[in-house]
Design a binder for this molecule. Structure first.
Ligand code: NAP
Length: 317
């Protein structure tokens, strides 16, 4: 190990709402804290235009909440380093060590707030036409489809909410769901059902995405009951078939559930002392910005208590 290892009391991996909230609580607790973020702070908030259910913040966009959280967290002295690529994570008896492309960081406490990313459908054409009509982000790419016909795949909050959002641009949005009812929240479903630009195809999967040199031209629809397949013309496909947790560095370090999510107790503690998890990366029944922020505050508060038991904080500069 080289001598230029940067030492902190608490390292937070991930700068979404869980990580930013953890950073705020940790820094307010007067311990030396850093957030290592792989892109820019905000996480999934950056892909969400309207956030209607963050209490106390009405008529606000995801990026606005992210920006406000970042500013507040920094104001209390939390360092945030963006565009950090994690190379390895390892634990010794005393330290949690993160090797990155921006140097090596170590701390007695690690809060894992790495969130999740969109699950791939796994259909032929998905990778080939990614960025050429296949997208996972309506806020990022919706405006490219003015007056076009789109297919949205999935039946959860994301598919139905983002499908509705896409009608701002598209002339028609067809939501294709593999069952005959959505799992999305009722208020989100009701809005979609009332939207004249939305068409819903039930009991159907998309086994193939088709296209030409310019991009997506159609999807193959397969009825799950009859097995019948047909070609359905469209200009773009938005895939919302769930989330996968970003736990690639943790599978041999902390206990995960069968879906790869980090298992914590109600104090956000993992099975490793000094390692906490917060937000979408952990096994949790609700994945919202507000629950992620709550997780982060709890993880940091528990971590502060843990550091007190060690009696040797790093001096805050
Ligand atoms: P989700 O709730 O896991 O829903 C995934 C949907 O995709 C389900 O309807 C599922 O069908 C379908 N699906 C899964 N694999 C499929 C496959 N291979 N082929 C076809 N369909 C497939 O995921 P989500 O909607 O991304 O939401 C994830 C979490 O974020 C949830 O906790 C949600 O409440 C939260 N959230 C998201 C937003 C947003 O992104 N706009 C907003 C609020 C909350 P089945 O129903 O048959 O399983």
């Amino acid at each position: 190990m080289t001598t230029d290892i940067k030492e902190y009391d608490i390292i937070i991996l991930g700068g979404g709402p869980a990580g930013l909230s953890a950073g705020l609580y940790a820094a307010r607790g007067n311990v030396k804290t850093v957030i290592l973020e792989k892109l820019i702070p905000g996480g999934q908030l950056n892909n969400t235009l309207e956030v209607e259910n963050y209490p106390g913040m009405d008529h606000v966009t995801g990026p606005q909440i992210a920006q406000a959280m970042e500013t507040q967290t920094k104001r209390f002295g939390c360092e945030i380093i963006n565009n950090v690529e994690t190379k390895t994570v390892s634990f010794t008896s005393d330290y949690k060590i993160i090797e990155t492309d921006k140097g090596t960081f170590k701390a007695k406490v690690l809060i894992v707030a790495t969130g999740s990313e969109y699950k791939k459908l796994g259909a032929p054409g998905e990778i080939e036409y990614s960025g050429k009509g296949v997208s996972y982000c309506a806020v990022c790419d919706g405006a490219f489809f003015k007056e076009k016909e789109l297919v949205v795949i999935g039946g959860g909050d994301a598919a139905v909410e983002e499908g509705t959002y896409l009608t701002r641009y598209a002339s028609k949005v067809t939501i294709v769901h593999r069952r005959n009812e959505f799992r999305a929240e009722k208020i989100i479903q009701d809005r979609a059902f009332k939207n004249p630009k939305i068409n819903i195809v039930w009991d159907t999967t998309v086994p193939k995405i088709n296209g030409d040199v310019l991009g997506v031209t159609s999807v193959t629809l397969k009825n799950t009951k009859s097995g019948e397949e047909k070609d359905f013309k469209c200009d773009g496909v938005f895939i919302y078939v769930g989330l996968v947790p970003n736990t690639v560095f943790f599978k041999d370090l902390v206990n995960l559930d069968s879906g790869g999510r980090i298992i914590t107790n109600e104090k956000m503690e993992t099975n490793v002392p000094g390692v906490y998890a917060a937000g979408d990366v952990r096994e949790t029944p609700l994945k919202q910005a507000v629950t992620a922020a709550a997780d982060g505050s709890l993880a940091a508060t528990m971590a502060l208590g843990y550091l007190e038991t060690l009696h040797d904080k790093v001096a805050v500069h």
